[in-house]
Ligand binder design. Sequence first.
Ligand SMILES: Nc1ccn([C@@H]2O[C@H](COP(=O)(O)OP(=O)(O)OP(=O)(O)O)[C@@H](O)[C@H]2O)c(=O)n1
Ligand SMILES: [Ca+2]
Length: 537
Amino acid sequence: MKRDCSSGSQKRSAFGAGRIVLASLASHGFPSGYQDSRVKRFLSKNGLVILGFTFILSLIALLAVGLTQNKNTPENFKFGIVFDAGSSHTTMYIYKWSAEKVNDTGLVYEIEACKVKGPGISAFASNVQDIPVYLSKCMGRAKELIPKYKHHQTPVYLGATAGMRLLRMENEQSAKRILASVTSFLNSYPFNFRDARIISGSEEGAYGWITINYLLGKLQKKQNSEDPSSRKNESQETYGALDLGGASTQITFVPKDTNISSPIKFMQFRLYGWNYTVYTYSFLCYGQDQALLLKLAKDTVETPSGTLLDPCFHPGYERMVDISDLFNNVCTREYKDLFPFDKLRIQGTGDFLQCQERLHNLFPTTYCRYTSCTFNGVFMPPVHGEFGAFSAYYYTMKFLNLTSDKVTSEDMVIEKMKQYCSRPWKEVNTTYADVKEKYLSEYCFSGTYVLTLLQVYNFTDYWKHIHFMHKINDNAEAGWTLGYMLNLTNMIPAELPQPKPFSRPTYISLMVAFSLVLAIVFILGSIIFHKSSYFQK
Ligand SMILES: Nc1ccn([C@@H]2O[C@H](COP(=O)(O)OP(=O)(O)OP(=O)(O)O)[C@@H](O)[C@H]2O)c(=O)n1
Ligand SMILES: [Ca+2]
């Protein structure tokens, strides 16, 4: 009882302002008790209406603020341009990604692969003045595809590979002049030009490895695995990378035993919170164009006659090669000799087994100072894991219809090659009239070369672990360029990005739920207060 009285008086005193209103109404001639109860009723009725109204308004405002803050605003995209200045040709890649999701993996898309018309950039040693015309078409394409207001913040890189490495060995000044001309031309565009340089063979191998594992989601998948032992799980393991160019070839993979003593320093990467120990090696002169020159040079030295019967070309195929072109090259220089002819006539015989025998001569494997070697006495740990084979590995095997996962053994490839090489050139040429003659005439050679190289690497009983690939998951082409850009723009963090505690829908739901609870508590409190003060009255 005592408690009730005291609470009633407290509540009445809280309405002190109401008393002043009552006093003024009383002075207008109403009996004060009557006026007091009417005003109280008015307040308790309309107070509830006002409170309810305010509650609905607040709820709408809260929802509006939450949704506006979190609504799907048009994504803010970023772009990056990388020129792959290879030995046989140059391609400009444009990549696009969402600025908000910069550190996630698999989110960068290749939106353009512009093939520069003409030879590789190293062919411009004596005509650097033609470089602007050479590159301008693809740069025009970049201006078209990237919104103007993004130009100044779009980085542009040019990386030159084995063709320029060979030119630098031959004539460093020429290589410098080419890069200077490229730099000044690319600098004249409104983009954010970063640099034009010759990348090393190890970089080429490592960035190719990063590219395919990024696109295959092998780096990010580990993010979801809390248990480090699950790294042993095959699906979590990285893919090795096999890249075959015109002038060099790279092999890169995480060896099974990373503790073996190695004369070559393994590369160490920390990506998304995991350490990787990676073996990579680049064989200069073992790209498929240089390997063909190497083979022809050796053949010419061994049987010096103006005509070469060549089992690596189709029967009926003929080609003339300048002796000066054949030997005026860093890769073949050691075979240079005086010949009584200045042109070599090649006549195809189309014999796969003989071709393979000759190609094996390019890979001396007897000499090895280490626990295991590949060829030329180069250390290489045993191949391990799955492999992605791209660039000329892919072009060649794709043409020969050998990229399917159903091709599970080397024998299947051998059978196909035997049959393909023996086909007369005339028939091949008419069947594939739409294929560039330079490529078409060499698929017997290059198919045999791919097979031989993989045998030398010891893939003979391991064929089913090779996956020939070009565009991965429709995102981007396999190659070193994407990995190069991801690295230079710091898009692959060393540590795992910290996830947000709540997803957006959870965040909004929690905000609404707690606001509702607050509002209900407030309304209930008000009702209880009004009721009790009313009854007390
Ligand atoms: N559709 C195609 C395209 C290219 N090629 C061959 O593939 C090789 C070049 O491969 P690529 O990866 O383009 O080499 P580059 O990058 O130019 O050379 P490198 O990496 O050695 O600098 C060349 O021998 C070319 O004839 C092919 O056989 N079929
Ligand atoms: Ca290449």
